[in-house]
Write a protein that binds this ligand. Structure first.
Ligand code: NDP
Ligand code: 2IT
Length: 449
């Protein structure tokens, strides 16, 4: 049998994001496989890279002009080794099998790190919610769920949000699921507070990422107070990352969307963030509108043909990439290092290319990969599932304390695994190994399935 990479590139030659995510894990866990030959005998790696089930379906809907539209829907049920499939739904025109398989693959290890009993999955559609009316989004979500409902359930597979899927979409999806199944259950997380949602779920990914950065800094007897921070994105994760950095005394000077970024040297404080949230969440506008109210800030459009992203070329102590995959390349990473960055904490999934990661590791940056740093979102989704099962509701303080405890545990698990395998301070190896061992041991217990 060839190597894992030979197998997956022969099977799916064009899935470059999936290959990228698998390559990283394969490299990290090689010493674990060498030390534990039983994992090789049981074909753990061969099984872990093959989704348990892939569902692809047609999503027909009618736009406001009465024209029929066809999108593609997907759900990747990657691993149920430690619990029901769990992971978000992404609605974005770039969505394809490669992107969803990379996300589902990373989700398996991320969910294992949370300490909660949740397996890994991911789904979504190439539907673009941008510029669509609420009714169009509703009709799309209803059509999407009219197929997906037969494959999911509160003990089978529990989707949530991701890029392009927030509270509005989760509401429309839940409404259709409930109608088709005649069942009110915790089949989705990220629900509104009135009908089963958990306090702090909207905040959880951003808050968790900042807690993780603080954990890393504490290993150097440092913290986020007075730290200058670059944040990318301006959606759910970026907004609450900014909020928590502000609460801990740091200063955020950038935010972005797919069209460009803003640089506000004075800092995006509480009031400015509130306005940004109105612009993005209520008005569903663009980041460049920020400078209309705050002319001291500068908007720079992105040039997609440029070799580097100018957002990462500002002087700062910490970076929180929180938009999308591969938004920091080798040149961006080098710019960050040249400008004195000490800490990089990934709110987004796989935002740094392999070349960029190498730069961070070579320069001994405190670098947290997404599967550890952004696990707070799915962790609070797990807590939402617990509250739904018990039919109770925890206070915001209780959930935030649990989230903080979980991020602390994830940090400790990464540090311990990295040390055990001879790469102290390498959070990439730490996260991959700690997540992998839990899943692999569960697969060993359950036989060849
Ligand atoms: P949102 O849809 O709320 O926001 C996404 C942001 O990223 C927007 O500002 C968007 O800009 C920008 N963006 C999206 N695609 C691109 C692109 N191709 N190029 C440049 N900018 C882009 O999503 P989230 O905040 O929820 O997700 C952000 C990241 O965090 C993703 O990587 C997601 O997988 C990850 N994540 C999310 C979790 C969650 O709980 N929501 C949990 C863990 C990770 P625009 O408006 O122009 O599209
Ligand atoms: O990437 C992720 O972890 C998410 N989008 C959140 C998944 C979830 O089930 O809450």
């Amino acid at each position: 049998m060839g190597t894992i990479m030979d197998i997956i590139t022969a099977r799916d030659p064009f899935e470059k994001e999936f290959h990228q995510a698998v390559t990283e894990v394969v490299e990290s866990v090689k010493p674990v496989l060498d030390k534990n030959p039983e994992y090789r005998h049981a074909g753990i790696m061969e099984r872990i890279v093959e989704p348990e089930r892939v569902i692809q379906f047609r999503v027909p809907w009618v736009n406001d002009q009465g024209k029929v539209q066809i999108n593609r829907g997907f759900r990747i049920q990657m691993s149920s080794a430690i619990g029901p499939y769990k992971g978000g739904l992404r609605f974005h025109p770039s969505v394809n099998l490669s992107i969803l398989k990379f996300l589902a693959f990373e989700q398996v290890f991320k969910n294992a790190l949370t300490t909660l009993p949740i397996g890994g999955g991911k789904g979504g559609s190439d539907f673009d919610p941008k510029g669509k009316s609420d009714f169009e989004v509703m009709r799309f979500c209803q059509s999407f769920m009219s197929e997906l409902y037969r494959h999911i359930g509160s003990v089978t597979d529990v989707p949530a949000g991701d890029i392009g899927v927030g509270g509005r979409e989760i509401g429309y999806l839940f409404g259709m699921y409930k109608k088709l199944k005649n069942e009110f259950s915790g089949v989705l997380t990220g629900k509104s507070l009135n009908w089963g949602g958990s306090l702090i779920r909207p905040e959880a990914t951003g808050y968790g990422s900042v807690f993780f950065a603080d954990e890393m800094l504490s290993t150097h007897n440092d913290n986020l107070k007075d730290k200058l921070c670059l944040v990318s994105g301006s959606g759910n994760v970026a907004q609450y990352t900014t909020q928590k950095i502000n609460q801990l005394g740091g200063k955020v000077v950038t935010l972005s969307d797919s069209s460009g970024y803003i640089f506000d040297e004075q800092g995006i404080d509480k009031d400015k963030l509130q306005h940004l949230m109105y612009l993005k969440n209520v008005k569903r506008g663009r980041i460049k509108e920020y400078v209309e109210k705050y002319p001291e800030a500068v908007f720079t459009p992105f040039d997609t043909s440029a070799a580097h992203n100018p957002l990462w070329d500002h002087k700062a102590n910490c970076a929180f990439p929180s938009a999308t995959q591969n938004e920091i390349n080798k040149k961006d990473a080098q710019n960050l290092v040249n400008n004195g960055i000490t800490t990089v904490c990934e709110g987004a999934n796989m935002p740094t290319t392999p070349g960029g990661i190498e730069v961070f590791l070579d320069n001994k940056i405190l670098y947290a990969p997404g599967k550890a740093a952004n696990a707070g979102g799915v962790a609070v989704s797990g807590l939402e599932m617990s509250q739904n099962s018990m039919r109770i509701k925890w206070s915001a303080q209780e959930v935030e304390a649990k989230l903080k405890g979980i991020m602390h545990s994830i940090h400790s698990a990464c540090v311990a695994a990295a040390e055990e395998y001879g790469t102290p301070g390498n959070y990439v190896n730490g996260a991959n190994i700690a997540g992998f061992v839990k899943v692999a041991d569960s697969m060993m217990d359950q036989g060849i399935v």
